[in-house]
Design a protein around this ligand. Sequence first.
Ligand code: ADP
Ligand code: ASP
Ligand code: MG
Length: 451
Amino acid sequence: MIVMKFGGTSVANYEAITRMISIVRGKLEERPVVVVSALSKVTDMLYRISDRAAARDREEADALLAQLRERHLTLAGELLGTGGKLYEEACAKVNSICDALCSFVSAVCAVGELSPRSKAIIISNGEYLSSNIICCAMNAAGIRTHYMDARSMIITDDDYLKGEPDMKAIAANTPEIVLQAYQDADAVITQGFVSATGSGEPTVLGRGGSDYSASLIGMAIDASRIEIWTDVDGVRTADPRRVPDTRCLDRISFEEAAEMAHFGAKVLHPLTIEPAIRKNIPIYVLNSMNPSGEGTAILQSQFIEDGVKSVSCKENIYVINIFSTKMINTSGFLKKVFEIFSEHKVSVDLISTSEANISVTVDSSQKIDDVVSALSEFADVYVDTDKSQVSVIGKNIVSLKGLLEQTFAPLRECKIYMISQGASYVNISFVVDRAVLDDVVRQIHKYLFCM
Ligand code: ADP
Ligand code: ASP
Ligand code: MG
């Protein structure tokens, strides 16, 4: 069995879904589990709807809900032709999902309060809409397709907006559900991103989480391969939207891919690699607009050569600077600091310390207010919000002679605030002013890959 995940742009409209269906048709012999994201931009719209509902802006919320319904009904008509059983079925599904969503949003508008649980319910509708329509379209195209609700497979804790998967429960339930679904089907389809607690309360895996869903399912069913179908030819030496002249990488290691994803390469959700590593399942990143391309294979490190593979960056990070004279000559201070981060579930990327100062970087998607106030009880804390983080990633780069010189040579004029060379041998990261990020990344990329 294989898992094939199609991202938002790969299911954005009639043309994309038609292409997607023909890609799946070519792999039916391998019994694909198809995982789909919401149509492009739909999840953003659902976030907007939940924000408007919380602000009791009924007018805008209703206008957006109407657009959402319209887009999906129109798409169903384009894919299935108006009239006919499958068209009726798809429209009934779209209308019932949209009706339930409208009632829910109107209840949120009435109270003007949005809990994480309510938000998770709202933002997960994009995947339910897309998967229902695509299931009908696959059946209409002659592929007998069975619909599965990912919430019966992807079990998480009760962190509603960034559920932590319960690997044991996922591994225990999923194979049976998929086998059952396959009994009289040529393919099965399910949603990315959405998940549920053990007691069935809706959660989601966080932004971009469909990649993670695909690898969790792949792990659970011992897939022979996980395919991530997206809008670029594979993993590249840098984000092509930010840097000119990037190159596609034929193969990279699990560790390199994990570091790239964690340090800003949006092409994969940061946690995608972990479930695949557990079962040593290769991941392929492929372009749904160029299905005959080779893409990038993500494999065990032994098959990958040493050397620099990419420059990744996170544009918007927080640098938390913690100053305390109590740190000097005392033990236990670092422990106290990091216990606070751990209690508030804020994960730290880079760390640097000196005698009376600790600086750490954290991703700006995390809520740091409580951490800052807890730290402020015993230290002076200052948060920088106008900084970015750049990472040079590649297997064994730490042992490459002259790499630091090469990396920093183009940056003679640029202020560097923190440098961290991880013990992983895969990553050298540093912090610069956000205003110079694009320039820095382009210069380093040019120096490392184009000279
Ligand atoms: P999907 O909707 O298919 O999940 P995403 O937008 O989440 O697609 O991810 C694909 C995008 O990731 C690309 O369009 C590209 O701009 C961006 N990206 C960032 N870094 C890289 C990289 N190193 N290689 C390829 N793409 C990258
Ligand atoms: N639709 C979700 C998002 O936009 C999940 C995904 O696309 O991976 O974040
Ligand atoms: Mg994505």
